[in-house]
Write a protein that binds this ligand. Structure first.
Ligand code: ZN
Length: 380
């Protein structure tokens, strides 16, 4: 092979070349094509095996079409159960005495040569794990199935084939890089399959939700339940389709706040996990994470993080002014609500939504205070 790879300043060139090989192996022109092709294939199969507008979307009926075994394996050895209901059997949660693999990956799919089928493994969840998150993991693993290529009478991952064709010194890096690309694509495909564009347009007229202003969180939670996904999954999905909202200055973000971890860090942290909103307001760019330092600018977040506000339904109105380097200040104004964090009980999740506007050009940072207190009552 005459192509020479050298990472460092040429790493971008190398990555592009790996991506090229990856797309070639999968028979697509680009990653965008790959995402659309996989999404379409799954949605078409769903439409052909049942009522495509029935929510929540179920993937169990389409498994045969993709040569995926109807038995799910847990990521603990020697345990399997029949697929039923929404895809993963409830017994997977209930099985007592089953060994629990702590800290393992959420799921995986592999080609089982003996069965001549793909087999999905799902990490056995702890009691608090929610069903919707598991549905997402399952859809993500089904999406991975479409990233295998046939080789004789078996199937191998395109990532593995491509990286094995490279000179030895680049294999690990290429596999890691392409693996990350694939993870992101599978997440996107899972979201687009569980929350299809067509249904989103009818079930979720985004601008109407914002018109409801304070009720946005209720709408998000309600519709997440209708789609059978977690609210954060729905919020991430909305980024793809929320252009009209972006243009009106509306935003919705999911932030996570935590106070240290096992006492290791004495500092509270709050970071925006995901969300959407305008990138610019007027001629000023919006300070998204890491530009928006929530906990130091907003005392209520600091209180939440320190655990001083821990129970009840917590929500309220807030106004937060963030000064830009340019001297322009942007006001974030709207509502917040503390949400359950499925991922980590040490974290407090916050949903913030509302509207952004230019607040002035004085260049003096001002800190907004929440207009409600810690009693858990909504302020207006
Ligand atoms: Zn994955």
């Amino acid at each position: 092979m005459s192509v020479s790879y050298s990472l460092g300043q040429d790493s971008e060139v190398a990555r592009r070349s790996w991506l090229r090989r990856y797309c070639d192996a999968l028979g697509v022109a680009s990653l965008k094509d790959l995402e659309s092709r996989c999404t379409r294939a799954l949605l078409r199969a769903i439409a052909e095996t049942g009522n495509p507008s029935k929510l929540p979307i179920r993937l169990a009926p389409v498994l045969d079409r993709f040569q995926i075994c109807r038995h799910i394996e847990a990521i603990v050895s020697g345990w399997a159960s029949e697929v039923e209901g929404f895809g993963v059997p409830p017994s997977l949660f209930d099985e007592a005495g089953c060994r629990f693999v702590r800290g393992g990956h959420e799921g995986e799919i592999y080609y089982n040569e003996r069965l001549g089928q793909f087999v999905i493994r799902i990490r056995q969840p702890c009691a608090a794990r929610d069903r919707n998150r598991l549905r997402f993991t399952f859809a993500h693993e089904v999406a991975h199935r479409l990233f295998f290529v046939s080789e004789g009478n078996r199937w191998v991952r395109a990532v593995v084939r491509v990286s094995e064709e490279l000179p030895e010194e680049f294999r690990t890096q290429a596999r890691w890089y392409l693996g990350r690309v694939e993870e992101k694509l599978c997440n996107r495909i899972a979201r687009r399959v569980l929350i299809p564009d067509t249904l989103l347009a009818t079930v979720w007229p985004v601008d109407r939700w914002f018109a409801e202003e304070k009720r946005f969180a209720d709408e998000l939670l309600h519709n997440a339940a209708v789609f059978g996904v977690s609210p954060i999954t729905l919020l991430v999905r909305l980024k793809d389709v929320s252009r009209p909202v972006r243009e009106t200055g509306h935003f919705a973000v999911w932030a996570c706040a935590r106070y240290g971890e096992r006492g290791l860090s004495p500092w509270p942290t709050a970071r925006i996990i995901t969300g959407f909103g305008p990138e610019r307001v007027g001629d000023t760019s919006v300070p998204w994470y890491p530009g928006l330092d929530l906990h130091s600018r907003w005392p209520l977040v600091a209180d939440l993080v320190r655990g001083q506000i821990t129970s009840g339904r917590l929500e309220g109105h807030f106004a937060l002014t963030v000064s830009q380097r340019s001297g322009t200040a942007i006001q974030w104004e709207g509502w917040w609500r503390a949400m359950p964090s499925a991922r980590n009980q040490a974290e407090t999740a916050l949903l913030l939504w509302g509207r952004l506007r230019v607040a002035g050009h004085n260049g003096v940072p001002r800190v907004g205070r929440s207009t409600n207190n810690s009693t858990g009552e909504a302020g207006d």
